[in-house]
Design a protein around this ligand. Structure first.
Ligand SMILES: Cc1cc2nc3c(=O)[nH]c(=O)nc-3n(C[C@H](O)[C@H](O)[C@H](O)COP(=O)(O)OP(=O)(O)OC[C@H]3O[C@@H](n4cnc5c(N)ncnc54)[C@H](O)[C@@H]3O)c2cc1C
Length: 263
């Protein structure tokens, strides 16, 4: 179990505060019209676990500072840190990161942070991931981490992802997810597209609900490791439903990204 494990970012009362580090943008990938992945070079990065996040701090010329949290999209095996950020209408920080930041620019970040919403091979499986919108980001770090394991390890740790997006064009990492599933019979990926599915779509077209989870998550007796991430209402509704479906609450990990319920 992930609970109680010591991590590089463990924040016990005796731990020293994490240092702010200067991170340089080395690459930018446009994932969807509103979402970009930004790859950073972070000197002396201490390493991270799949599922952890960083705090990003921006400082204006007049000294005004503001901070936000962003999950790490890259797996622990990567030397560079990738963040995948969705630009929100009027979003103070996301607008800057997605709209203004260029290759060669620097920002400050600190981390890695979080010892609860993390998974690695030794935590076991099956792995059941449920995400909405940009909530896919820490789940993707887990899938990327798992994809780097041997075929034997992957067989021993089957994984499923149920991913809710508003539109097909807003599905983050769409091609990479398709490739991962095509290469790996022990990985099952199910999309639900709540507002604008593509022409001819035969999959789910509604918000994640009890029937969907029942069909998707496998039996509680398998004691899967469950990770749920996305907008707060989605996370709360999925976690509550999983408990009523008799999954052990101790095996359900949640990460809430923010206030809206758009996915
Ligand atoms: C642990 C953690 C990890 C996160 N990881 C990611 C990530 O990988 N990628 C990512 O894009 N975001 C992530 N977030 C959300 C991120 O921290 C910011 O909340 C988000 O980018 C909005 O910041 P902003 O300054 O642009 O918006 P603000 O200026 O703070 O808010 C603008 C408007 O958007 C609303 N809003 C604020 N946050 C959200 C949200 N998350 N969803 C919808 N509406 C919101 C506000 O109520 C307000 O109306 C994470 C949050 C947490 C707590």
């Amino acid at each position: 179990m992930a609970d109680g494990l010591t991590t590089p970012a463990s924040t016990s009362s005796t731990a020293r505060p994490l240092a702010w580090r200067r991170a340089t943008v080395t690459r930018i990938v446009q994932e969807t019209p509103r979402v970009r992945t930004i790859v950073f070079d972070v000197p002396e990065w201490p390493g991270h676990r799949a599922g952890q996040h960083v705090d990003v701090r921006l400082t204006a010329e007049d000294g005004y500072q503001t901070e936000r949290s962003y999950s790490i999209a890259s797996p622990p095996e990567d030397a560079r840190i990738s963040l995948t950020i969705e630009r929100l209408e009027d979003g103070e920080v996301s607008s800057y990161l997605v709209g203004e930041l260029r290759v060669g620019d620097t920002i400050e970040l600190r981390g890695p942070i979080g010892g609860h919403f993390v998974w690695d091979f030794s935590d076991g499986g099956p792995l059941v991931l449920v995400g909405g919108g940009s909530g896919i980001v820490p789940l993707m770090a887990m899938l990327r981490h798992r994809a780097l394991a041997s075929a034997d390890v992957q067989r021993a740790l089957p994984a499923r992802l149920l991913y809710s997006s508003r539109e097909w064009s807003e599905v983050i990492y769409r091609d990479e997810l398709a490739r991962l599933a095509a290469d790996d019979p022990t990985l099952r990926i199910v999309h639900t597209i709540t507002r604008k599915p593509p022409l001819g779509w035969t999959g789910f077209r509604r918000r994640i609900d009890r029937a969907m989870l029942e069909a998707f998550a496998g039996t509680a007796a398998e004691r899967p490791r469950l990770f749920v991430c996305g907008p707060t209402p989605l996370v709360e509704s999925v976690a509550d439903t999983l408990v009523t479906l008799t999954y052990d609450p101790a095996t359900i990990r949640t990460e809430r990204f923010g206030p809206t319920g758009g996915t």
